[in-house]
Design a protein around this ligand. Structure first.
Ligand SMILES: *[C@@H]1O[C@H](CO)[C@@H](O)[C@H](O)[C@H]1NC(C)=O
Length: 191
């Protein structure tokens, strides 16, 4: 009996998921943060077909190890975060001027930092689902012992595309919305 208990305990630990769900209020913070960023990008460039995104729990993924997280991060619709306490950080990330927007668009810009922005402002994204990594994982391409680690991952939903900015149309914000304008923004489309 004791042996069986010990064995179940080991199995339980073995199966303990690396991830936990995020609370509903944090889901809303993430969605608002992303939409503020996407809206200001749409105005700055400008972009005519930027969708406003919604929280979609079916996009959350069960990540079992950091190796799996790193593999999942190769998808063009995944971003990593230090923390999902986005409302507590400096409130300047959403301030995008047209110069910064063009930097994100520049195909010759291969800076590491720019790729997550491209994924975030993909106009065709329709939803987002996020998870907390209970054991922080190194950012993709970073060594295991890196000091800065990711504690959260978000997965965008939308059409499969090869590159994040492939479906972007320039022009007057929200002037090319197949499903009409978003209810939350005059500058974004309903997904
Ligand atoms: C949520 O995401 C799933 C998977 O991409 C998709 O099939 C579904 O339509 C989305 N739901 C909403 C409400 O957008």
């Amino acid at each position: 009996m004791k042996l069986l208990l010990a064995f179940s305990a080991i199995l339980f630990i073995w199966h303990a998921p690396l991830v936990s769900a995020i609370p509903a209020d944090v889901q809303q913070i993430v969605v608002d943060y992303m939409n503020r960023f996407r809206e200001s990008f749409a105005v700055a460039l400008p972009v005519s077909n930027m969708n406003a995104i919604v929280y979609n729990a079916s996009l959350e993924k069960k990540i079992s190890t950091c190796t799996v997280a790193e593999h999942a991060g190769k998808d063009h619709r995944v971003i990593f975060f230090d923390s999902l306490n986005l409302d507590k950080g400096p409130d300047t990330d959403g301030d995008i001027d047209s110069r910064r927007a063009e930097t994100v668009m520049d195909p010759n810009n291969h800076h590491d930092d720019v790729e997550p922005y491209r994924r975030t402002v993909n106009p065709l994204n329709a939803g987002i689902g996020c998870i907390i990594l209970r054991k922080p994982c190194p950012y993709p391409g970073q060594p295991r012992n890196a000091v800065d680690k990711a504690t959260a991952m978000c997965f965008f939903g939308g059409p499969e595309i090869r590159k994040p900015l492939e479906g972007l149309k320039r022009g007057e914000p929200a002037s090319q919305c197949p499903n009409g304008k978003s209810e939350i923004s005059d500058y974004m489309c309903k997904a």
